[in-house]
Design a protein around this ligand. Structure first.
Ligand code: DUT
Ligand code: MG
Length: 595
């Protein structure tokens, strides 16, 4: 993920495509309304010199009455116009910032959605959530406020400086001589505050992660009565965040007095130097009033710089995080010369000397796995927990790629196929069942939204779910998932099975999908899996002999290696691991029966 190559401002500019012109107009407007600030002191100066303190003030007020009113009306008119421009500029930059926010957010979500499994092992949900919410808002704030404030400060400063120099360059230089000192303080401040913002960003991410994990894992917290512990843990994160926030704010407070002192020196210089100039007759009273009426226009930008710098550093820390995802590329993608397969696969699955290790794991998980599942066959996979069953079947839809060897489907290496084509041909019921907050109907038809109601019901029947669904008050329209009605583990598994079947896959992979259903229901499911009305190769991970007994082939995995393979009868005859398993499971039932 090469964020380094892309500069933040170039990245921002890139995402402003289509809105650059109207943003530029907004920035131009910012310059205009700031330069317009000078008109008020200009008119004041005219009025003071002509009608208040000038030599002919008394006559002027009689003879040039019209000019007096014109000046006053112009002053009021300009103020209104200026307010209108400020309003339009704010609307303009806010509009652009929202458009860019939307664009980047969509892009980020798109990126996150298309990432590999490995990505989800690396990034925590809370951290990703921070990136698409808080961090993105800092980016929006940059467009809507920071850039505009920088332009505002500089245009006001430059315009005032120019006007000062036009009125009296010596007095102007005396006042502006203080500016470089303020700049030095600002640079020192920036060096101190930049790491604070990075730290703040990390702490926020930890806080969000803690909140997210606690909310989604609340059942576990409750089961172990660990509420107190978790509240304390969260509190610690919260205190850390708040401390860092304070530290960041304090950084500004330590620099603020210097800036304030320098800024307040400006009117003093004006008073002393300007006073001397008036006494010497080098400056008119009107000019003095204009100077003093505008001194804030030099002070304010200086004072604002600290705040701007703060916000800029916040943007800087946040955009690093956003850009990391923005430019991230999944490693598992279609090759350029990917093989174009027929829409429906025959369903032959073959592992050839496959070894596999997780990128973040330090030990190989699979060693030299070879087997073939012919179209239409049922292959059962058994083995102790942690032996690598789930890892193995995840190589078929290419969630991960083998470190050695090949996984072939219909004779083609899955790495050479188009991901979309490959995955459309696979129906997968994962070990951890996740149902969406949607109706049961919507969940079953997740992979194929064109499914009719009758078809959904048919697949629910296949997976022995129809009965309990129809018993629910709203049947197939019952909302399930996080905010929906509670379902038992076995009920969820059956909906997940129906969802996998509903895509009528050429290859069906069930990862421990019937572990939570009773024997009777399982028998029904097995029966309907045999009677499916579409051709389908089945790979079934299971722990029960009753599930695997009728498979065409049973693979026993131990420590990532296939140690036994064959039919039920062959493996029983072998008197190895499988035989022991049979003894254990049937023995248990018998003992249970005798007792
Ligand atoms: N493993 C990782 N990273 C992962 C997933 C698993 O390092 O993202 C390790 C843990 C384990 C090994 O791989 O030591 C095999 O895990 P797998 O999930 O394949 O085991 P299983 O056979 O499916 O176990 P179970 O029956 O408990 O589902
Ligand atoms: Mg598993």
């Amino acid at each position: 993920m090469d964020t380094k190559k892309h500069s933040k401002m170039a990245w921002l500019w890139e995402n402003m495509k289509g809105y650059r012109v109207i943003y530029a107009i907004g920035i131009l407007g910012t310059i205009v309304y700031n330069v317009m600030q000078l008109t008020v002191p200009y008119f004041t100066q005219q009025i003071v010199d002509l009608f208040l303190t000038g030599e002919d003030a008394a006559t002027n007020i009689v003879t040039k009455r019209d000019l007096f009113f014109q000046l006053v009306i112009a002053m009021v008119g300009f103020t209104f116009l200026r307010t209108l421009i400020v309003y339009l500029v704010c609307m303009d930059v806010e509009h652009v910032s929202q458009k860019v926010l939307y664009r980047v957010r969509t892009h980020l979500f798109d990126k996150i959605e298309r990432q590999d499994m490995q990505f989800y092992n690396t990034y925590r949900t809370g951290d990703l959530m921070t990136r698409v919410t808080g961090d993105l808002d800092a980016v929006r704030h940059m467009i809507a406020w920071v850039i505009r404030s920088i332009v505002e400060s500089f245009s006001l400063l430059v315009a005032t400086a120019a006007y000062f120099i036009y009125m009296d360059w010596r007095l102007a230089l005396a006042i502006l001589a203080i500016a470089p000192f303020i700049m030095i303080v600002i640079v020192l401040f920036r060096n101190q505050v930049a790491p604070r913002h990075k730290e703040l960003r990390e702490k926020l991410s930890l806080l969000n992660t803690a909140a997210q994990e606690n909310i989604s894992g609340n059942r576990v917290v409750k089961a172990f009565a660990r509420e107190e512990y978790e509240i304390n843990k969260f509190d610690k994160c919260s205190i850390e965040f708040s401390k860092t926030n304070k530290k960041t704010a304090l950084t500004w407070i330590t620099f603020f007095p210097y800036i304030e002192t320098f800024a307040n020196l400006m009117p003093i210089v004006l008073l002393v130097v300007g006073g001397l100039f008036i006494i010497n007759g080098q400056l008119t009273m009107g000019e003095y009033v204009a100077f003093s009426g505008l001194i804030w226009a030099v002070q304010n930008p200086m004072r604002m710089l600290g705040n701007i710098m703060n916000e800029f550093q916040r943007f800087s820390a946040a955009s690093d995080k956003v850009m990391e995802i923005y430019y991230s590329e999944p490693k598992i993608v279609d090759k350029e010369d990917a093989v174009d397969m027929p829409n429906r696969f025959a369903g032959k699955v073959e592992f050839k000397n496959v070894s596999f290790q997780y990128e973040d794991g330090n030990l190989p998980v699979l060693h030299n796995i070879s087997f073939v599942a012919n179209p239409g066959e049922t292959v059962a996979i058994m083995g102790e927990t942690g032996c690598g069953k789930t890892s193995m079947i995840q190589l078929i839809p290419r969630f991960y790629e083998p470190t050695e060897g090949e996984v072939l489907v219909d004779g083609v290496n899955v790495c050479d196929m188009k991901l979309g084509q490959l995955r459309k041909n696979i129906g997968l019921a994962t070990q951890d069942v996740l149902l969406y907050s949607d109706t049961i109907d919507g969940n079953i038809a997740y992979g194929d939204s064109s499914l009719t109601k009758e078809e959904v019901e048919k697949f629910a029947k296949y997976s022995a779910a129809a009965k309990f669904i129809t018993r629910m008050p709203e049947g197939y329209d019952t909302i399930v998932g996080e905010r929906g009605v509670g379902l038992s583990g076995g009920q969820k598994q059956r909906i997940s099975l129906a969802r996998a079947l509903a895509v009528k896959p050429a290859i069906l992979i069930l990862d421990d999908t019937t572990s939570a259903v009773d024997m009777e229901t399982e028998k029904q499911i097995q029966h309907s899996l045999k009677e499916l009305d579409f051709p389908c190769t089945k790979l079934i991970i299971a722990q029960r002999i009753s599930t695997t007994k009728f498979a065409d082939k049973i693979l026993i995995i131990q420590d990532g290696r296939i140690t036994e393979s064959g039919t039920h009868d062959e493996l029983v005859a072998k008197k190895g691991y499988y035989y022991n398993l049979v003894q254990l499971q049937t023995g248990e039932t018998m003992e249970g029966g005798e007792a």
